[in-house]
Write a protein that binds this ligand. Structure first.
Ligand code: UN1
Length: 500
């Protein structure tokens, strides 16, 4: 079972607790990026199916909100147990559908398991505030209440983890969910929904609507009865969603990528820095929002760092991620491959020096998979497009600097603000850097990836709009604050007036 190679799967909608298809069925292929072969197909729905899902969600949500939060949480606990039990199987599906190597797939599934247990605990807290009233014999408190119907739109690069960051807090918070997964990775979405079903989530609390962003995604964003949209994806799409939500006064939480840098100071442990760069730049073939795509290095250690990086990069084996010895998997599809290659061309034209990689891999042993060589540019200047724009592939730009202050300035000189990292042994620089790096996530002596689920995930500037995924902060996206005053004085007490 564990070694099963997936083929011929068909993913359809899950609405009101039923796996359903519309009368007119349209499908598109799901492709294993490691082989280029179709492993199944996904339904392409339209606005009509979104409407049906919203109707089901509205009915279900009314009842779900009345279930005590600790009981809602217990279902998430069961979800966590089932995921844990099926970890290896889920990881293997994830690798075949998305391409990331099996070790990373296991890591991603683990992130989902952690999120389940964490949010299950949150069901016994969901803390509000009690606050002293201005008046005698009066109690004042504020509590979290559900927002209502939540629309979540998730990307292909973390098809299960990001879905758990959004759906688990939404569900424990008493909402019902309409979920549109990326068309590239619906198998993971189907598995998670099946797990919810098995764990006993009442029908209609989660609804899966498969389809494209332009059809299903738009219909969700524009639906007047969907109260919140939580989106992870490109900056371009996020801005359009924000515009529509802004007009509709709909709450929207956006997470839209990064241009993350590792800073290597002259006093850094270079061996450690090389490991950190390698893992965060080429892990997931650079297709993480948190991936390192810039290395800002002090000029005194630049040559040494480059030498060590090149030696280490030679050991990176490319291939099908199901093979445990493979370190780098494919990128998601042919158009991603083309986009990455175009950026490499842009870098060369801008005058950056190519130190390694720079080509689409053509190797008969890799079949028709979408592989790109781990690529390293040096002598990059901060204003070059390859140092400014998100490439979302295994391409790293080395930018030399003369000082700590310049390193911080270059790090902050991009439109994104998700993650940053600094390698240094100087404690003063550590504290100055954690204050001055302007990203939502900062690492010291580690790469830019590997955020843990119980901390808020998100960024500043073009990365987001101030909200956070995961952590207890995610509850702020999916709950409203209600302020409650109980007067037990037996007389009319007027606030601001009857105070002595
Ligand atoms: C993403 O790429 O959008 O911090 C998510 C990390 C992972 C999550 C990345 N835990 O790299």
């Amino acid at each position: 079972m564990l070694n099963t190679v997936i083929s011929g799967e068909r993913v359809v909608n899950y609405i009101n607790g039923e796996w359903t298809v519309p009368t007119e069925e349209k499908y598109t292929s799901i492709v294993n990026p490691a082989t280029g072969k179709s492993i199944g197909e996904i339904l392409l729905s339209s606005k009509k199916e979104v409407d049906l899902a919203v109707e089901a969600a509205k009915k279900a949500q009314k009842k779900w909100a009345l279930v005590p939060a600790p009981q809602r949480a217990e279902i998430l606990y069961r979800v966590g147990l089932i995921m844990k039990d099926r970890k290896e199987e889920l990881s293997r599906i994830l690798t075949q559908e998305m391409g990331k190597v099996i070790e990373e797939a296991r890591g991603e599934v683990q992130e989902g398991i952690d999120m389940a247990f964490y949010m299950a605990g949150e069901g016994r807290r969901l803390f509000g505030n009690t606050t002293p009233s201005e008046l005698k014999d009066k109690v004042a408190m504020s509590i979290r209440v559900p927002v209502g119907i939540v629309g979540i739109i998730t990307p292909w690069n973390f098809p299960i983890a990001i879905a758990t960051w959004k759906s688990f807090p939404a569900i424990v918070g008493g909402n019902a969910v309409i979920w549109k997964p990326a068309t590239e990775t619906p198998l993971m979405a189907r598995e998670l929904v099946k797990i919810f079903e098995e764990a006993g989530l009442p029908k209609g609390v989660i609804n899966l609507v498969c389809g494209s962003g332009s059809q299903v995604g738009n219909a969700m964003v524009e639906h007047p009865d969907i109260d919140v949209i939580s989106f992870t994806g490109s900056n371009e799409v996020g801005r359009t969603i924000a515009e529509t939500c802004g007009r509709m006064l709909k709450r929207v939480s956006l997470e839209m990528g990064g241009k993350n840098a590792v800073i290597v100071m002259d006093d850094a442990d270079l061996t450690l820095a090389v490991e950190g760069i390698l893992w965060s730049a080429f892990g997931t073939s650079g297709q993480r929002c948190t991936a390192c795509s810039r290395v800002i290095v002090h000029e005194d250690v630049k040559e040494k760092l480059e030498e060590q990086l090149l030696v280490a990069m030679e050991k990176l084996t490319l291939g099908n991620g199901l093979d445990d010895s493979v370190k780098i998997g494919p990128v998601i599809n042919g158009s991603a491959l083309q986009k990455i290659h175009e950026y490499v061309g842009i870098g060369k034209n801008e005058g950056a020096k190519l130190l390694a990689g720079g080509s689409i891999v053509k190797d008969d042993r890799l079949g028709n998979g979408y592989y790109y060589e781990p690529t390293l540019f040096t002598d990059v200047t901060p204003d070059m497009r390859i140092a400014q724009e998100e490439i979302f592939g295994p391409v790293v730009s080395i930018i030399p600097v003369k000082s700590f202050e310049e390193a911080i300035e270059v790090n902050n000189g991009v439109t994104y603000g998700l993650s940053s990292s600094i390698f240094t042994r100087d404690v003063n620089r550590v504290f100055a850097a954690q204050r001055d790096l302007d990203t939502g996530i900062v690492y010291v002596n580690a790469g830019t990836t590997g955020a843990e689920i119980h901390l808020p995930f998100g960024g500043t500037k073009g990365t987001g709009n101030g909200h956070r995924d995961s952590g207890v902060q995610a509850l702020d996206v999916f709950t409203e604050w209600k302020s409650i005053y109980v007067d037990y004085s037996g007389k009319l007490q007027r606030a601001q007036i009857d105070v002595e």
